[in-house]
Design a binder for this molecule. Structure first.
Ligand code: HPA
Ligand code: ZN
Length: 351
């Protein structure tokens, strides 16, 4: 491991955009299938990993929803959540915010109680065993109807205090955020923070709708905002966080090469860019690999990497008291490693 790799892996960081059902490592996928008496199209972890080749978002979603079938019981939800959190902890993540989309599972008969108990139980264990800060976000599918999304909101109300935000993912083109204005209004009226996938494959207009019609607290992806200079200025002025997922964008061919990714352009416009994993096994990387891929493509300095990590802590859905404590951990880490980067590292502590 190089010095910079070790430095990045050890950085106390966030993962603010990841999907529990997109975090099933291939061997666990096979184990869960066997446990539930299901036959997958692949017999080995290598064969399954080999199938992770995508042409676009939809081709990924087809496989992702197929993979969702292995999550049936409370124990399944517990095990996959626990496995992700353990791996994220090893990756230096100190604050993880996890999406789960209940519709894939409740439509096949898994009770919402089983899903929530499994996920929340594993999150509690990660707090206790790893000292991690973790939060759960409930995500709805944009390819389904708005009344169905509102029904999810009704279903999860008994766990309101365990849910940090409501979000939306799924196939973007043809399903603009405006289609779900009433749903997001209902979520906000019930006191939830909100976030929405927008501007991943969709145009800048979808990011504008997310901001102006849905009034979300964060935008997931958001890359396409660059198509609208006024919108970029608005996002920067509001310090609206974008949860960018570079390896996801590469693997879903949102960009042809990592060098073509807009990360640095977004940063140069003063946008509140964070780096996240989305669906780590499918895109071959947790947060560290995402940061290192950006470093390789753009020659990010240690200061820029720390800036991205700090942005994540600043965008996290935590109390201000907790944010101060999390930022103090980053500051302490940077101070302890400042000498590893020579004179250039003097600016690492600057906020
Ligand atoms: N986009 C939309 N929906 C998703 C994604 C994504 O990147 N990951 C999981 N569901
Ligand atoms: Zn996502």
């Amino acid at each position: 491991m190089t010095d910079i790799e070790a430095f990045v892996r050890g950085l106390p960081k966030t993962d603010l955009h990841m999907h529990i059902e997109g975090s099933i490592e291939p061997q666990l996928m096979l184990d869960l299938a066997a446990r539930n008496g299901l036959k997958l199209r692949w017999d080995t972890a290598e064969a399954l990993r080999g199938a992770y080749q995508f042409q676009n978002l939809q081709s990924f979603l087809d496989l992702y929803f197929e993979g969702c079938k292995v999550l049936v019981t409370e124990r399944d939800f517990h095990d996959v959540t626990r496995a992700y959190l353990r791996r994220a902890h090893e990756d230096g993540v100190i604050r993880a915010e996890l999406f789960i989309g209940p519709q894939s599972f409740t439509e096949r008969g898994t009770p919402i109680e089983a899903l929530m108990s499994g996920v929340l139980g594993a999150m509690q264990e990660a707090r206790r065993e790893h000292g991690m800060s973790v939060g759960l976000m409930i995500s709805v599918h944009r390819h389904r109807t708005e009344p169905e999304a509102v029904a999810v909101l009704d279903q999860v109300m008994p766990w309101k205090d365990d849910i940090i935000a409501i979000g939306m993912g799924g196939a973007e083109i043809g399903t603009p955020p405006s289609k779900f204005a009433r749903f997001f209004r209902a979520a906000r009226d019930r006191g939830f923070r909100t976030t929405v996938h927008a501007g991943e494959e969709g145009p800048a207009a979808y990011v504008r709708e997310a901001l102006e019609l849905l009034h979300v607290d964060r935008i997931d992806h958001g890359n396409a905002c660059l198509g609208d200079p006024d919108l970029v200025r608005e996002l920067a002025a509001r310090r609206a966080p974008l949860t960018v997922c570079p390896l996801s964008n590469l693997r879903l061919r949102v960009v042809p090469r990592m060098q073509d990714h807009p990360l640095k352009v977004l940063m140069a416009h003063g946008l509140h860019v964070t780096v996240n994993s989305d669906d780590p096994p499918y895109f071959d990387g947790y947060v560290t690999e995402n940061l290192l891929a950006c470093r390789d493509a753009f020659g990010l300095s240690p200061e820029e990497i720390v800036r991205l990590v700090r942005n994540g802590l600043e965008a996290a859905f935590v109390t201000e008291e907790e944010r101060r404590a999390l930022l103090a951990r980053l500051d302490a880490y940077v101070a302890a490693h400042a000498d590893a980067f020579g004179a250039a590292s003097v600016g690492l502590l600057a906020t």
